[in-house]
Design a protein around this ligand. Sequence first.
Ligand code: NCD
Length: 311
Amino acid sequence: MIAPHRHLLQIEGMHPPQIETMLDLAESYVLLNRSGKTQRDLLRGRTLINLFFEDSTRTRTSFELAGKRLGADVINMSVSTSSVNKGETLLDTAATLNAMMCDLLVVRHDQSGAPNLLAQKVDAAVINAGDGTHEHPTQALLDALTIRRRKGKLEGLVVAICGDILHSRVARSNIHLLSAMGSTVRVVAPPTLIPADAARLGVEVFHDMAKGLAGADVVMALRLQRERMNGGMVPSAREYFRFYGLDFEKLSHARPDAMVMHPGPMNRGVEIDSAVADDPVRSVIKEQVEMGVAVRMAVLDILSRGQNRNV
Ligand code: NCD
């Protein structure tokens, strides 16, 4: 069970009005950011700690920027995953963070469920910034905001998520959010990269890009997460690109106004062709990054309200 106004651990279980509230607030932060104004009083005196046990560029920097734009004190802790006993480290870390009286804790971890565990041990509001293959809720919110801004709605759209679905927390969070909001979600991947619980997730499964993209409004490409793979689950990168790499030929099966998304980091020439990724009309990849800051400001805003602390 999640309590979205205390922590943000996952999209699964969130109701459409809760999602809409977050997106509407994020929309107001898009306008604020574009106007060059800030709201530094909102989180003044609050401490936000970025606790990243895995690499990150966009997510960590955008949480940092979001916190700073709202006036919080932001601390970045990067933790090496290689040599630590994860259970012990997490609980020790939780005790340390509690002693520091942190208000907002942003956690990325390679183990699914780590943020949920921390949320039980710390007083801070915990935000999941990606846990293993489980969820990445702020990514799904920023993707939804990007889609809603371009298409004017989420309901009734056909969204094709392509590539390494099996290892992707981005795919899972997007599937939960977009299905809850009334989109039809398709996953397109070789059989080895489709999760066993795809049917439970309520998605349509395709192994062929032409069929999976037919009539799609939104096409989302995902990176091959080799760091989570045991052994060869795909042929060579060249072979993979031939069948699943998003190029203009494959994109031609989608609707003529289909938008192209990618959460980053991109492997050009593997899951997406550079010409598609950089297309100024079809690709919204840079806009996704901009929406990421606004969405994270909205999340920090909402969760800090839930804390009822006078600062
Ligand atoms: C994703 C992640 O870390 O889950 N990146 C991101 O947050 N934008 C996707 C990936 O690593 O491929």
